[in-house]
Design a protein around this ligand. Structure first.
Ligand SMILES: [Zn+2]
Length: 245
């Protein structure tokens, strides 16, 4: 692989050996790549620049394998309020996990990178609850990643009065046509699902919802993610355990 300069955000880090750090960087031009930063800890003043969730300009050098070397990184934003809060950090970890599960390595997607950064920004600097950011990110990620649910009208009769959502089929049904596997949803949840999946990405958090609606949405979006990515996430279990504290 050749040398590249790209913006990117660190979505995973593992320290090893003499202060080295193995990173997964979600880059703009190459998607999620693996890169090693040698002596990450020794460069005291620069250590923060290779922390989990730091976003910045990377200069990466290619090598024979699929692991690149971080030659330099200039931090644009380290989203410190996320790293300093156990609940936000746990959510950041889960968001990174589902992003990797959906995209895999070397699969660039600028739209999903932007959605990820928007969610991270809201978590760090805006007065949005973790639950709201979580459900919105889950739904936006899935919609942008090829798993957009069909929410316009009842999948059977075409009625606009949707009352149930079939997670596996990714479709809504009215009261009369409700399939066995579909779960009932409130009118508020239906409106919110349509808004989140259909709105402009940068407006994805621009709606009001009370705690009951956020928790209904989370039950739906969480299951939607694990069903379609066909996977459970330890980081979700951990997030839940700290969210309840
Ligand atoms: Zn119907």
């Amino acid at each position: 692989m050749a040398n590249i300069e790209t913006k990117g955000v660190i979505i995973k880090q593992n320290d090893y050996g003499e202060g080295h750090r193995m990173l997964h960087v979600f880059t703009q031009s190459r998607g999620i790549i693996k890169a090693v930063r040698y002596n990450a800890k020794r460069m005291r003043s620069k250590a923060a620049s290779s922390q989990f969730l730091s976003y910045g300009d990377f200069e990466l050098r290619g090598s024979s394998g699929d692991v690149m070397t971080v030659h330099s990184m200039e931090t644009i934003d380290s989203f410190m309020p996320v790293s300093e809060n156990i609940k936000k950090l746990a959510l950041g970890n889960y968001m990174a996990d589902i992003t990797y599960a959906l995209l895999g390595a070397n699969n660039p997607d600028e739209r999903i990178l932007k959605i990820f950064l928007n969610a991270l920004y809201a978590l760090a600097y805006r007065n949005e609850s973790e639950g709201k950011v979580k459900t919105v990110y889950e739904l936006k990620l899935m919609s942008a990643g090829g798993y957009m649910p069909l929410l316009d009208r009842c999948a059977v009769c075409g009625s606009g009065e949707a009352a149930a959502f079939d997670i596996e089929k990714g479709a809504v049904f009215c009261k009369e046509c409700k399939s066995a596997g579909a779960i009932s949803i409130s009118a508020g949840a239906y409106r919110a699902l349509r808004y989140i999946t259909g709105c402009e990405d940068k407006r994805m958090l621009a709606f009001r919802a009370d705690a009951a609606l956020i928790s209904e949405l989370n039950r739906i979006s969480e299951k939607y993610v694990s069903t379609h990515l066909d996977k459970g996430f330890k980081s979700l279990e951990y997030y839940r355990s700290v969210a309840e504290m």
